[in-house]
Ligand binder design. Sequence first.
Ligand SMILES: Cc1ncc(COP(=O)(O)O)c(C=O)c1O
Length: 361
Amino acid sequence: MRNAQARRVLGGEFETSGPLCLGASSGRLGLERGLGGTWVASGRAGLFLILRKLRRSGVRQVHLPAYLCESVLLPIKALGLDFSFYPVEASLTARPDPPRDSAVVLLHYFGWLNPASAVLRSQGAASFHLVEDFSHALLSEWGNVEERREGLHLFFSARKLGPAPLGGWCTAEAEPGKPSTEMELAAWRSLAARLLKRDYLASPDAAVDPKVEDLYLSAFEAVESFLNARPDEAALPAFVLDLVAGLDWQDIAERRRSNWMTVHDLLAGTVEPLAPDLPSDTVPLGYVVRLDEEKRDNVRRALADRRIFCPVHWPLPKEVDRRRFPEARRLSRTLLTLPIDQRYGEAEMEIVANELRRALG
Ligand SMILES: Cc1ncc(COP(=O)(O)O)c(C=O)c1O
């Protein structure tokens, strides 16, 4: 008989870590870098508020990178705005050709400031409105945002880099009001799933219990489905802000950087990393590697069989024309994001590197 598999996992949604902080937040967390704006339910709700404000000033079109996460499209559709796509290079440099008076969304992929930022920041305002998505780069340096307060539009999501149940922030000033009962439920459900996962993983050598795994995975899914259905719902339950404020973001940043460098050394010469090095002002989302198109999904499956879960950034939304944007298609089919987050240290990074080598054959 096959031995029961142990439940320890690497990757996947964040389980809760450390003590839960409630009632501690003053409403400003420091993640906003002293800028004025609004805490909201999600990154997409942040984009919704920014675009709603721009629509009031006459913006009708949003220009987006062809390589993007489907959730970024949702607030645009909810607002009934037109949208178009622009190419992104293999290096992830954005190459927009901004239609006049449009809103141009710029993604800072995987924690790195987009190499096109400086040029776009200097061109913006006069003929288009630059909207920067820092969801992956929440903890990295943002560049000269302080100097650009006027006409600055940026947003982030809080739960890509840490165990926040929900949450996002944007530079649009708004009064989101009271959260709906459904949003309160989504927040509690997200927290419950994280607590359940934490308790389950507290016995890493015990056997896998599919029922418990289904329970927290389906709770995470239900929260994402709710957010997909309500990209326009901005009000964030207050306790979530406390939880986000209670996370040690400095420690998160340091551990991520240290793990990235460990894996980078361990995998040197084995695989092509998306980024050749880690600048001192960058906090990575993951360790992203480029694999052959024929291999990527097999490698991902082989790692999942060993309980190492790697997200795909991203399955392209159906609206992106693959023939017009072959590089976006290639990125979507060749990149694999290895987990290097704060939950792990050197021992886990060795497992990730060894299992990747093994999966590559
Ligand atoms: C780059 C990027 N921006 C924005 C979002 C939307 O954030 P949220 O899920 O909080 O709405 C996502 C979601 O995965 C994302 O990957």
